[in-house]
Design a protein around this ligand. Structure first.
Ligand SMILES: [Fe+2]
Ligand SMILES: [Fe+2]
Length: 482
């Protein structure tokens, strides 16, 4: 028996699921491996496949000390199958099957629904790698370059995690889905990725940090609710993925925090009082706060769409079937079946935005989205503290949930960031004040210059307070190929 905490690195595919004794699945994964490497080399970080990157690799699933740091060429990264340890006697924490022993095999009646959930989650993982593949060329420092590559290899591992579930538990259909995951491409009109936000471009580093803050956080919420699943292998897979996901959100939150810090300090030093004096602020070689607010409006609204419709039968079915639960389900005090409860949902009623009580079961997406919003707000509060501390008068705000939506209750209306419904003409007139304009994009692009001298940073971003793995400020996080 292999140890479930330590990872077996003797096989081609590192794992803690005893693959050496699971020949059929091992063969399926080994068959999939060359296609994955091919995908990584063509769609992974563009131009850095030979660089030595100071990466962490998971060596155990023990929350204390699961990672080991070393220089690795990305195509040699040991992508593995890692599940959180099996919990003896785990019972299903919600839905119709509440209280029964967690399933170790796919329940036949839910096969299609479960496969769909795994495929949708799986599709987002390679998509973000594709979206971020050009960023190395404009990295503001070696520290930041290393961070995007770390996120990328881990998203690659998350793809492996979902492919393992597909190949082990879904037979032939699972193998076909695994193949398809390597075929779709972010932003490709003919074979796009499955969800909207994962087909958008990530043109610059501010977008990347916003993406890892807002969109990876949607990922966190989805993983949190799948980690509650009655299907135990999925739950265990997602629980380990969440430990990696935490770093992605750290990269986003601190990336924006450092950008904010740098802008405020530059304004202070130059005696610029008004954050809205965009030309003056931009003249300092930093990104003005109102433009950051517009980027935030964009990424938050795109990420809200990932939660699906506020009122959803699919979500109700997945909850009822005990496949996908709520955020921190086991800490919630109720019947965990939602038989008679309601949940307040913002809806459009006779042309007005109103709060309406809906059956809690169909409002599952809304509830998860509310938990997400609260989690986002905490990050904004910390950025606002940075602004306060430097002594600039400006506050970031999350836009209203009706703002700039493509999915759900507000998809057919236009609303301002404060949630006021406006007509199409007003939207057209105002939208460049609410969302990044072409000019904003061009300006940000003009700052995106690669900085590769160890310990040096581009003009628009402050250095981090501490290094990765506690390395000193001038540590060479990436050794570029000669
Ligand atoms: Fe991921
Ligand atoms: Fe992530």
């Amino acid at each position: 028996m292999s140890d479930i905490v330590n990872v077996d690195y003797s096989t081609k595919i590192p794992n803690n699921v005893n693959l050496t004794e699971d020949r059929q699945v091992l063969r399926a994964l080994e068959g999939w491996h060359p296609g994955y490497i091919d995908w990584w080399k063509t769609m992974g970080p563009n131009g850095f496949q030979e660089a030595l990157v100071y990466l962490r690799t998971a060596v155990s699933v023990d929350p204390k000390g699961w990672a080991k740091f070393d220089y690795v060429k990305m195509p040699d990264y040991r992508w593995g199958i890692l599940l959180a340890p099996h919990e003896e006697g785990r019972t299903i924490p919600f839905g119709q099957h509440y209280g029964k022993p967690a399933w170790q095999e796919v329940p036949g009646e839910y096969r299609a629904m479960l496969r769909r959930l795994v495929v949708i989650q799986g599709d987002t993982e390679p998509a973000s790698v594709e979206q971020q593949r050009h960023l190395g060329k404009t990295a503001p420092s070696l520290y930041d370059m290393r961070n995007v590559f770390q996120v990328n290899v881990e998203e690659g591992r998350h793809l492996w995690a979902m492919v393992y579930i597909l190949q082990k538990y879904f037979g032939r259909d699972g193998r076909e889905e695994a193949e398809q995951l390597l075929q779709r491409r972010s932003g490709d009109p003919d074979k796009p990725r499955m969800l909207g936000a994962f087909n958008e471009a990530t043109p610059d580093w501010l977008s990347f940090h916003m993406f890892t803050f807002f969109t990876d956080r949607d990922g966190k919420m989805q993983l949190e609710s799948l980690a509650q699943s009655g299907f135990d292998p999925l739950s265990r897979t997602c629980r380990f993925m969440l430990t990696e996901e935490a770093h992605h959100m750290f990269v986003g939150e601190t990336g924006i925090g450092r950008t904010v810090q740098r802008t405020c300090e530059a304004m202070k030093a130059a005696g610029v009082q008004d954050p809205g004096d965009i030309d003056k602020v931009r003249g300092l070689g930093v990104i003005d706060l109102p433009t950051m607010q517009k980027k935030l409006n964009l990424h938050y609204s795109l990420s809200l769409d990932l939660f699906g419709s506020e009122v959803s039968t699919n979500a109700a079915n997945a909850f009822n079937a005990s496949l996908k639960g709520r955020f921190q389900e086991t800490k919630i005090e109720d019947d965990h079946k939602l038989e008679n409860s309601t949940y307040p949902v913002l809806k459009l009623v006779d042309g007005e935005i109103k709060r309406v009580d809906e059956p809690a079961l169909t409002a599952i997406n809304m509830r998860l989205r509310d938990d997400y919003t609260a989690d986002c707000q905490r990050g904004l509060d910390r950025w606002n503290k940075i602004i306060d501390r430097v002594g600039v008068s400006f506050r970031f705000q999350l836009p209203h949930v009706a703002f700039h939506r493509q999915i759900g209750e507000f998809r057919d209306v236009t609303a301002s960031p404060s949630g006021e419904l406006v007509d199409a003409a007003t939207w057209e007139r105002q939208k460049d004040k609410w969302l990044p304009s072409k000019d904003d994009g061009d300006f940000i692009q003009s700052l995106m210059r690669q900085v590769v001298e160890p310990g040096k940073f581009a003009s628009w971003i402050a250095p981090p307070r501490v290094g990765i793995d506690n390395k000193p400020g001038d540590f060479e996080y990436v050794k570029l190929a000669a």
